[in-house]
Ligand binder design. Structure first.
Ligand SMILES: [Zn+2]
Length: 363
C-alpha cells in the first residue's frame, strides 16, 4: 500500500510499504478524508511546538517513519478478533490519545489523563496512507448525516468541547474568543449552545470576522482596526468579560499572534473571570503573574478530551448545532496532495484557510 513517510523535517515521501496485519481488538480502515492538524503541519516543517522534541528524536533514530494523520474519517475494511462494537463498512473517526489500560488513572476511569498510552499519528501510524490500523477502543461511529469532510474535523471538535466544558459557563456569561480559526469558531458555537450570553470574537482577518458573525457572534472585532480590549470593556459595562478563550497565540511566522493575544485576553477578562488557554506557544513566555493574582483571574487549560466528548461531537454536528461546513475552505483530491495540505495548513493566513486543508484520499 502507499503511505506517506517522513525522512526528516520537511522531507516526506510517498512509499510502498506492507499492509499492516490486523490484530485482536483492532480494525483495518481505508482513510476517506484526512487533514493535518496545525500542530502536525508545523512539526512537519520542523517548527517547535507541542511534541517537537519527541518527533525530532524519532526522526533522528527511526526514520523513515509514518507520522501524523490523527484527524480523519475512515471506513472499516476488516475487523480483528474480539472487535464487537464495529463492523466492516462502518464509517468512523477516532480520538488520538489512547489509554495504556494499566496505570492507576486508567483503572480509576480517568484514562483521558493517562500519559503512558500511545498517541495516533505520533507513536503509531495515523491515516496519511491507503490503509491504517486502529484500536477499537479509540473509535466512534460517524452518523449518516455527517459528511466525510465534516467527520475529519470531529477529533479537533472534541478538544473544543473539552475547552468549553473547562470554562464551566454560567447561564448568560459574557464570552470573548480571541482567534477565529477552526478551534475559535468551534468554541464560539459550543459556548453559544452552552449558555453563553453576549459573545464577542476577535480576529485580524475580515473573512474570519464575517464567518464568526455567521456562526453566532454578537460582535466580531477586527484587531487591526480597533483596540479590542477597549471595545470589549465598553461592551461589557466597563468590567471585562466573564470568560475569555485565547485561541490565537502561536508562532508569528505561521501568521499566529505570538503572545500578544494572551496579554489582551488577560486584560479583557473581568476580575475573578476565567481565561481559557487553548493556544500552544511553542516555547517559554513572559507573563506578569502578579496581574493575574491581583485580579484573581483563573488561567485554565482545557481538559484532555475523552471518548464521551468525541461521541458528543457526533450529536452536535449531526443535528446542526455545530456547523463545520462553512469553515472547510480547502479540500484537495488524492493521496498525492498530502504535502500540499501540510503547506496550506502551516500557512493558513496566507491561503485564507480557516479549517486545515483536507485531502479526499481516493481523489
Ligand atoms: Zn494509563
Amino acid at each position: 500500500m502507499k503511505a506517506w513517510r517522513f525522512y526528516g523535517f520537511g522531507d516526506m515521501r510517498l512509499d510502498d510499504i506492507p499492509v499492516p496485519q490486523v490484530r485482536p481488538g483492532w480494525v483495518l480502515v481505508e482513510p476517506l478524508c484526512v487533514q493535518p492538524s496545525v500542530t502536525e503541519a508545523q512539526l512537519a516543517l520542523g517548527i517547535p511546538t507541542l511534541a517537537y522534541d519527541r518527533v525530532k528524536r524519532r526522526l533522528e533514530t527511526e526514520a523513515p517513519i509514518q507520522l501524523f494523520g490523527h484527524e480523519f474519517c475512515a471506513r472499516i475494511v476488516e475487523t480483528g478478533p474480539g472487535v464487537t462494537r464495529f463492523h466492516v463498512g462502518d464509517r468512523i473517526a477516532a480520538r488520538a490519545k489512547l489509554p495504556c489500560g494499566n496505570c492507576s488513572l486508567c483503572r480509576s476511569e480517568r484514562s483521558n489523563l493517562c500519559r503512558r498510552g500511545p498517541v495516533i499519528g505520533f507513536d503509531q501510524p495515523g491515516c496519511f496512507s491507503e490503509l491504517a490500523l486502529l484500536p477499537e477502543i479509540a473509535l466512534v461511529r460517524v452518523d449518516d448525516r455527517i459528511s466525510d469532510s465534516e467527520a475529519a474535523c470531529l477529533q479537533s471538535l472534541s478538544d473544543s468541547v473539552a475547552s468549553v466544558e473547562t470554562a464551566s459557563l454560567q447561564m448568560g456569561d459574557s464570552v470573548v474568543i480571541f482567534g477565529q480559526g477552526s478551534m475559535g469558531l468551534e468554541c464560539l458555537q459550543i459556548a453559544r449552545i452552552s449558555g453563553a450570553g453576549l459573545i464577542i470574537s476577535v480576529d485580524v482577518r475580515d473573512e474570519s470576522c464575517r464567518m464568526s458573525l455567521e456562526l453566532g457572534a454578537d460582535h466580531a472585532l477586527n484587531a487591526r482596526t480597533c483596540d479590542p480590549v477597549a471595545v470589549i470593556r465598553e461592551l461589557t459595562g466597563g468590567n471585562g468579560a466573564d470568560v475569555v478563550f485565547e485561541c490565537a497565540g502561536g508562532s508569528p511566522k505561521q501568521g499566529l499572534a505570538g503572545t500578544e493575544t494572551l496579554r489582551q485576553a488577560i486584560d479583557a477578562a473581568r476580575s475573578g473571570g476565567k481565561v481559557i488557554g487553548v493556544s500552544w506557544f511553542g516555547g517559554p513566555l513572559e507573563l506578569n503573574v502578579d496581574l493575574l493574582r491581583e485580579r484573581s483571574l483563573r488561567y485554565l487549560f482545557p481538559d484532555i478530551s475523552t471518548q464521551a466528548h468525541l461521541e458528543h461531537t457526533v450529536r452536535l454536528v449531526a443535528t446542526g448545532r455545530v456547523r463545520l461546513q462553512p469553515t472547510i475552505t480547502h479540500v484537495l483530491q488524492g493521496i498525492e496532495s498530502v504535502p500540499k495540505s501540510f503547506e496550506i495548513t502551516a500557512n493558513k493566513g496566507l491561503h485564507q484557510a480557516i479549517n486545515p486543508a483536507q485531502v479526499m484520499m481516493r481523489g
